[in-house]
Design a protein around this ligand. Structure first.
Ligand code: SF4
Ligand code: SF4
Length: 307
């Protein structure tokens, strides 16, 4: 094994030891088709490789929302813990290794990409620009895009969060995954999404190298209403008195404790998709308890429950 391969392997092992479940490398050439405002060199001009790390969300945290029993685990694990604690920790471990070998690494956390302010020089991009972690995941050969717009991997389907390190180290890129290798366009996510936010037509295209990955144009406004728990058919917490100015006490607790309120619990885009991919054997991780057993719940007497 050459010195470069040895170092690349150390980088990957450091990511895995730091808490990542999957790790891959994208060369900067994989972003040749990216618009300037979404190009890694708009963040760090010397980027030669992008190290991409994925952390699985705990399956049980999704399962208890599927059962309609318990929301805190998902909000804590998938939003606060992975985003705020685990990701900065593992990104830092990888970057310290790079620094010890004379390289520079820039951590890309989630969420990011505000495009705030204005360029500091003529022709520049706006500061604090964003990169699509889904696209970066594809570029590192870790997975592909589903119809739902979520990033799917051969191990976990849609059940991970993605992070990246931009570095001036030139590392060997991993092979790309073939579009359609995971998502069979079954439409389960569209049918199970309570907001009707996942269209069937895969009109959005992302070109990486010689591959074109596609997804449906997710309606983020529709998603947001259900995701944050304002549809009483899919939230046991809202009441007739609930308004954004007078939110349920439970939502205030979630915001205070975990800085997030995911109430939909990704019923269609994650839970139903996972269930389909697990049951059809299209992903490798298999479990004794199915994600979905029978019909998914909908509250019939909406607006009369909660506290
Ligand atoms: S539910 Fe089916 S169509 Fe939707 S992303 Fe998953 S595999 Fe693709
Ligand atoms: S979070 Fe919920 S509402 Fe939003 S796309 Fe996923 S299933 Fe639909």
């Amino acid at each position: 094994m050459g010195l470069l391969s040895d170092f690349c392997e150390r980088v990957k092992q450091t990511a895995l030891a730091g808490g990542a479940d999957i790790v891959g490398i994208a060369s900067i050439e994989r972003f040749d088709h990216a618009p300037p405002e979404l190009h890694p060199r708009g963040i760090f001009s010397h980027t030669r490789s992008v190290i991409v790390l994925g952390c699985r969300m705990l399956r049980g945290a999704l399962k208890t929302i599927e059962e309609g029993n318990y929301w805190q685990a998902y909000n804590c694990d998938s939003y606060q813990y992975i985003n705020e604690i685990l990701a900065p920790h593992m990104l830092r471990k990888v970057i310290l290794l790079l620094e010890d070998h004379g390289h520079t690494g820039v951590p890309m956390h989630n969420p990011f990409g505000f495009h705030a302010g204005r360029p500091v020089r003529p022709g520049g991009t706006k500061p604090d620009g964003g990169l699509s972690l889904r696209v970066i995941g594809c570029a590192a050969g870790l997975g592909e895009l589903g119809r739902s717009k979520l990033f799917l991997t051969p191990q976990f389907g849609p059940r991970q969060r993605m992070y990246a390190v931009l570095t001036d180290a030139e590392l060997p890129a991993d092979p790309l995954i073939e579009p359609g290798a995971i998502c069979d366009d079954c439409g389960t996510c569209s049918r199970a999404c309570p907001a009707g936010a996942i269209p069937a037509q895969r009109t959005c295209e992302v070109r990486i190298g010689d591959r074109i990955y596609t997804h449906g144009p997710l309606d983020c406004e529709k998603c947001c209403v259900v995701h944050t728990g304002w549809d009483p058919r899919y939230s046991p917490f809202v009441t007739e008195e609930s308004t954004p100015d007078n939110p349920p006490g439970y939502y205030q607790f979630l915001q205070h404790r975990f800085r997030h309120q995911s109430i939909c619990g990704a019923r269609g885009c994650v839970r139903a998709c996972m269930d389909h991919l697990e049951k059809t054997g299209r992903i490798s991780k298999q479990y004794h308890t199915p994600m979905i057993e029978g019909e998914q719940w909908t509250i019939p007497d909406s607006g009369q429950t909660g506290s």
